[in-house]
Ligand binder design. Structure first.
Ligand code: SAM
Length: 384
């Protein structure tokens, strides 16, 4: 099945036709050079964009199927020991009210996912590494796991963690407690750019080590980047895709960089919406073409840019979406960037509006399924 055409005007311009002719042979390839990747990322006509979208959409169907999987995201705390300059919940932002959900709140919220038919949840938070936090997460994971087992979910909920850089031992404990996937974005692989958007003491080496540790702890490993960072080039983004490939990554979660009033990059601005949205969609599509069988999330930040951003992400090759199920009372305090969507919507509203979004992109929802990364399955069985 194919999603409806999205970007083709009724009459195809000469520029569109020329670009389609130029990229058609590239789209037919199984392997891509760095130049090919940059060429696809620089597509700039409606016809070129549609050809790229269609190729990525069809490859998604062939490699990972027609289903989109839900992971309900619980933002369990906005307390953070880090000071990432782009982020609205960074340690130095004094203008937000800090919160932490109780253990019962985390567990009950996650269990709502199981009842709603979402096969998985994500526990995300600002960064903490203290013993109390590590024990807290371990206990939440263990209890969510045991309490979510049912006829429809015989293995319990699938649990993804997105809790930042931790020690190997911590990753091992959380994995043993029952979490099987972990999302830790590299943010950018350009070292100079990484340095500019983080304080001196946060190093890219620590993050690379954390990605290695996650793999050795047995997790399905997810990473990703912010797209459209001030100073970022198409070559940087192409290098990011190569990085995902080289590291044999199982899951990708990436989205547009959006300015935050609470961040420390306000003077640098952000890419205009009419450039940022297509760039983010092209990154999803090209990542799909290069990595093929990984899970790719259509992230909330896409919806902050456009009301139909998530379904656009799905039609460009994403197969996972992460509805926000954080209790409404605290959701407004997890403002990573300005205009974060769904902050005042009910979890139930999100559930029904999301299904419509998935169907409108020509896909179906994988109710009550974990939807694990096929790439991880192949990596485990040694078939790649
Ligand atoms: N502390 C964990 C970590 O760093 O992985 C999880 C929470 S962190 C807030 C989750 C992600 O939010 C980051 O990886 C970053 O890419 C994204 N993020 C933060 N500020 C953002 C912004 N201004 N625009 C887009 N994404 C942003």
């Amino acid at each position: 099945m194919s999603a409806p055409l999205q970007f083709m005007p009724r009459r195809t311009s000469k520029a569109s036709l020329e670009e389609m002719a130029a990229i058609t042979p590239i789209l037919a390839q199984l392997r891509f050079s760095d130049d090919d990747i940059v060429r696809l990322l620089s597509v700039n006509t409606p016809g070129g964009l549609e050809a790229l979208r269609q190729a990525a959409y069809d490859l998604t169907t062939a490699e990972v199927g027609n289903k989109v999987f839900y992971r309900g995201i619980v933002e369990l705390s906005n307390i953070c020991v880090l000071d990432c300059y782009y982020c609205g919940i960074r340690k130095s932002n004094r203008d937000i009210e800090r919160y932490s959900l109780t253990k019962d709140e985390v567990i009950e919220t996650a269990l709502w996912c199981a009842e709603a038919g979402y096969g998985s949840c994500v526990l995300q938070s600002g960064e903490r590494r203290d013993k109390r936090f590590v024990d807290f997460v371990e206990d939440c994971v263990r209890k969510i796991k045991t309490r979510s087992v049912s006829e429809t979910l015989p293995q319990g909920l699938g649990i993804t963690l997105s809790l930042g850089e931790q020690r190997l031992e911590t990753y091992q404990r959380w994995h043993a407690a029952g979490a099987t996937r972990y999302l830790l974005r590299i943010e950018t692989t350009n070292r100079e750019l990484f340095r500019k958007i983080h304080p001196e003491k946060q190093s890219i080496e620590t993050r690379l080590q954390a990605l290695d540790d996650l793999k050795s702890a047995g997790f399905q490993v997810g990473t990703g980047v912010m797209i459209g960072l001030p100073g970022q080039t198409l070559e940087d983004l192409a290098a990011d895709i190569r990085f995902f490939e080289g590291r044999d990554i199982d899951m990708i979660g990436m989205g547009p960089y959006l300015m935050s009033q609470g961040g420390a990059m306000r003077t640098e601005g952000m890419l205009e919406k009419h450039k940022l949205m297509p760039l983010a969609l092209k990154m999803i599509a090209v990542t799909r073409l290069v990595l093929r069988d990984v899970n790719i999330a259509s992230t909330t930040a896409l919806q902050a840019l456009e009301h139909d951003g998530r379904e656009r992400g799905i039609s460009f090759g994403a197969n996972v979406t992460m509805p926000n199920i954080t209790p409404r009372a605290v959701r407004k305090n997890y403002q990573l960037y300005d205009n974060k969507p769904c902050t005042d919507e009910d979890t139930e509203d999100c559930r029904s509006c999301l299904e419509k979004r998935v169907v409108s992109a020509g896909r179906e929802v994988g109710w009550n399924e974990w939807g694990d990364s096929r790439h991880f399955g192949r990596r485990q069985s040694g078939s790649i």
